[in-house]
Design a binder for this molecule. Sequence first.
Ligand code: ADP
Length: 315
Amino acid sequence: MAVMSCRSMVTYKGGGRMALRACGLFGAREMGSVAASMETLVQQGWRVGEEGGGGGGGGGGRRVVVVERQEEGGGGRGVQWVFLGCPGVGKGTYASRLAKLLQVPHIAMGDLVRQELSQTSSMAKQLATLMSQGQLLPDDIIIRLLSKRLENNMASSQSGFILDGFPRTVHQAEMLEEVADIDLVVNLKLREDALIAKCLGRRICSQCGGNFNLARLEMEESNSAPRIFMPPLLPPPSCASKMTTRADDTEEVVRTRLRIYYEESKPVEDFYRGYGKLLDFEVSGGIPETWPRLLAALNVDEKHTNHDSSHKMAA
Ligand SMILES: Nc1ncnc2c1ncn2[C@@H]1O[C@H](COP(=O)(O)OP(=O)(O)O)[C@@H](O)[C@H]1O
């Protein structure tokens, strides 16, 4: 089997065809783990082949290794959705709820990064510094973490995903487009003064990992910004004494993250708008008000959680 210097990403193609593509974009370091994953997949009955190649030889060309299997029963795959939006907009909150409802994994890039930082690897300190300054992390690190996560999903036969925090640059979006058929991109929006207040009010329980928010937002309509009313999301008594704050949720760093979002991630909205995949959604209230509106916008029925469609945007 020709697994050349490669990293891997997973894509689930239409009609239940599932593919893992390993491409020569990111150097040889991951070759061992990709090869190991391939072996596991073959043992699980996947067919392994190679697509493409070319690119001028010399090791610089791209090779794509495809692993596929017809899913039993011919059922559709789970949704492949992306959540975009500024820090504090609620990507994690709504992406995780939807993932649970639609029975697909919620892949939060920020969580994968924080897990990596909790290890005592040599690169953790470097990443922590960048992150605490509100900077984006290098693509090779992000792709490695995401690839590993997607491979784990595939190895445990999980279909579909809701991605939150990836892609954040047009380059990342282009890479994702090469390996996955994204059905829908949900672009959450919230006025900037509310975003800052929400980041500053964010708290995490050090024991259970639950996310809460102490901010109570009541903002009148001004200029083009809509009126906002958002009650706080307070912790239960069992968590109240264990509240922690993310190191990058200070006002200075939040403003840097917002600036980087406008510079680097805003163009990702246009990228997906160009593909007709972008759904803009204005957040204007708390979860009880926003959740049913979001489900309606997505055409998801909470009572019928056996959602079998890939939910493409209507043409
Ligand atoms: N796709 C990505 N590309 C580069 N860096 C990322 C990416 N996703 C997460 N990070 C890093 O992890 C940090 C935290 O991400 P996240 O929890 O999603 O925060 P946010 O609240 O800013 O959306 C980011 O500020 C960045 O340093």
